[in-house]
Design a protein around this ligand. Structure first.
Ligand code: F6P
Length: 327
């Protein structure tokens, strides 16, 4: 007879995020330490449906914490999306004896997880997205690394923009959330910060401000534009035509999703991974793990879905105050 307390499986789903490997490592090692068998599911939910499931040992997660990406690979699964897909996945989990499934992903992955939980699989979610756009948590795995990557790139852009007396429109990721843009806007001292949550699409006002900035002596300008606002090339052309200032657009794109995770992403992902196993051990069911007031915590998956968050008004106000000189 086996002494195992049961089987925990883990997968990563949706867009990858630096720090996911640290979270996987933590779940595997905490799980094994507490007497569980731990299984890695390859390629997200597709991996359940395609039986890409492998038992993981303590050594299997060695030398992983320092790497970006996810060594379990990730996917967005169209087969899993309909209810039949989830029923099939739950049936496979039952057949293999997987009682607990740790899902590392963003909102889309959690929607799938929430529905899978209705078929009897105990879901524990860890927030993994560079976008920071998950309401129940103030931290998501990968955000810190992504912001630092973008910040360093924008520092470089500022140097070349300065040399050429140019304006640079730099687009950072965030399909529907402006957190990366806000953070870079502040960290890089941008002259303009365009966020999907806040931008009023008043381009006349925007161009007026760019002209004013030039009049008060700014020889170059950085406009951080969130992906959710987008159209950066068109915007650059519009600015150049309207102001006469040579303007270039740079779309940072997927480089923001890769790279060595920062200490914060490694540590927070590890804490959440360990916490996920702790609450499994306590018998908790269908919970999402996150950070609230700087402390790791867990919340019911249904309750988490009723929460909303947006860019803090004061944070945005400060960003704008720092961006332009009073006239
Ligand atoms: O991970 C989140 C995110 O980076 C969004 O900001 C972006 O729109 C999206 O993923 C793009 O992901 P993909 O190209 O993998 O579909």
């Amino acid at each position: 007879m086996s002494n195992s307390k049961g089987k925990i499986a883990i997968l990563t789903s949706g867009g990858d995020a630096p720090g996911m490997n640290a979270a996987i490592r933590a779940v595997v090692r905490s799980g094994l330490s507490r007497g569980y068998e731990v299984y890695g599911i390859v390629h997200g939910y597709n991996g359940i449906l395609n039986h890409e499931i492998k038992k993981l040992s303590f050594e299997d997660v060695s030398e992983k914490i320092q790497h970006g990406g996810t060594f379990l690979f990730t996917a967005r699964s169209s087969e899993f999306r309909p209810m039949e897909g989830k029923m099939k996945a739950a049936k496979i989990c039952k057949e293999i004896g997987i009682e607990h499934l740790v899902v590392i992903g963003g909102d889309g992955s959690f929607t799938g997880a929430k529905n899978l939980s209705k078929f009897g699989v105990n879901i524990i979610g860890l927030p993994g997205t560079i976008d920071l756009d998950i309401a129940y948590t103030e931290y998501t795995i990968g955000f810190d690394t992504a912001v630092n990557t973008a910040m360093e790139a924008i520092d470089k852009l500022r140097e070349t923009s300065n040399s050429h007396d140019r304006c640079s429109v730099v687009e950072v990721m965030g399909r529907s959330a402006g957190y990366i843009a806000l953070w870079c806007g502040i960290a890089n001292g941008a002259e303009q910060i365009l966020l999907p949550e806040k931008f009023d699409y008043d381009y006349v006002k925007l161009i007026d401000q760019i002209k004013k900035n030039k009049e008060v002596g700014k020889t170059h300008q950085i406009i951080v534009n969130a992906e959710g606002v987008g159209h950066s090339s068109e915007l650059a052309e519009m600015i150049e035509n309207a102001t006469g200032i040579e303007t270039r657009a740079t779309i940072l794109g997927h480089v923001q999703r890769g790279g060595t995770p920062t200490a914060r992403d490694r540590v927070y992902a590890s804490i959440m991974g360990g916490y996920a196993v702790k609450i499994i051990d306590e018998g908790k069911k269908n919970r999402l793990v996150g950070f609230k007031n700087g402390k790791v915590y867990d919340v019911d998956i249904m309750e988490a879905f009723s929460m909303t968050k947006t860019i803090d008004d004061f944070d945005y106000e400060v960003a704008l105050e720092l961006a332009s000189r009073p006239s």
